[in-house]
Design a protein around this ligand. Structure first.
Ligand code: SF4
Ligand code: SF4
Length: 215
């Protein structure tokens, strides 16, 4: 059946009339910040304390835009008679965001949870070389990474969290014991000084007995 003459125009006008009364959906960025999902892939943060310089991320990156330099360091044995160990020390960690395609492979493959997505995306530069973010910049991004989602009710606590809590408790206990130990030492020293004939409470001079061991 042949279309009625002018029906196309009527249809078009109907669409115009319908949409002209609706609220505009155009986001007025940068005057209005976009509402992005919390896990948006904005930029990559590096938590370098977790990085063991295994190089997996750099090897797997399809764009070869992760640059890592390191050197080896010898660690003395933990116990007398033990063997020396060698460990990698990070010298440089940089990501070139002018090449990165935000695939997330580096974050997925890191076995030590050293890389994270941050939703921050406003880091445009006028000089392309400034898009290579060195370790300090990557660390700053780390502080913009959102906290992990809460566990489901009744879920088992991840073993990493339990281990971190144990270490934190140990550190807190050691820190709490430190002032007591220091106070005890100072009290003992004060008692000793007060007992010295003719010099109650006089500060010791360098080289007096009892100070050699502190150097
Ligand atoms: S997100 Fe992809 S392209 Fe970007 S650094 Fe990681 S692995 Fe490379
Ligand atoms: S994969 Fe992880 S631990 Fe290995 S070098 Fe990359 S960031 Fe460091």
């Amino acid at each position: 059946m042949a279309p009625i003459p002018g029906s196309g125009l009527a249809k078009g006008l109907a669409v115009t009339l319908r949409t002209m009364t609706r609220k505009s959906v155009t986001a007025q960025y940068p005057d209005t910040q976009p509402e992005l999902p919390p896990r948006s892939r904005g930029v990559i943060g590096l938590f370098e304390e977790n990085c063991t310089v295994c190089m997996l991320c750099a090897r797997e990156c399809p764009d070869w835009c992760i640059y890592i330099d390191s050197h080896k360091e010898t660690v003395p044995p933990a116990a007398p008679g033990g063997r020396e160990r060698s460990r990698n020390v990070l010298d440089r960690f940089a990501i070139d965001f002018s090449l990165c395609m935000y695939c997330g492979i580096c974050i997925e493959v890191c076995p030590f949870d050293a890389l994270f997505w941050s939703p921050e995306f406003e880091y445009a530069e006028t000089d392309i070389r400034d898009l290579t973010h060195e370790r300090d910049k990557l660390r700053e991004w780390m502080w913009t990474v959102p906290a992990p989602p809460a566990l489901d009710a009744g879920a088992e606590e991840p073993k990493e969290v339990a281990a971190a809590r144990k270490t934190a408790d140990k550190l807190a206990a050691a820190q709490a014991a430190e002032p007591e130990r220091t106070a005890g030492t100072e009290q003992a020293a004060g008692t000793q000084r007060a007992g010295e004939p003719g010099q109650p409470g006089t500060p010791r001079q360098p080289g007096t007995p009892g100070q050699e061991g502190r150097a």
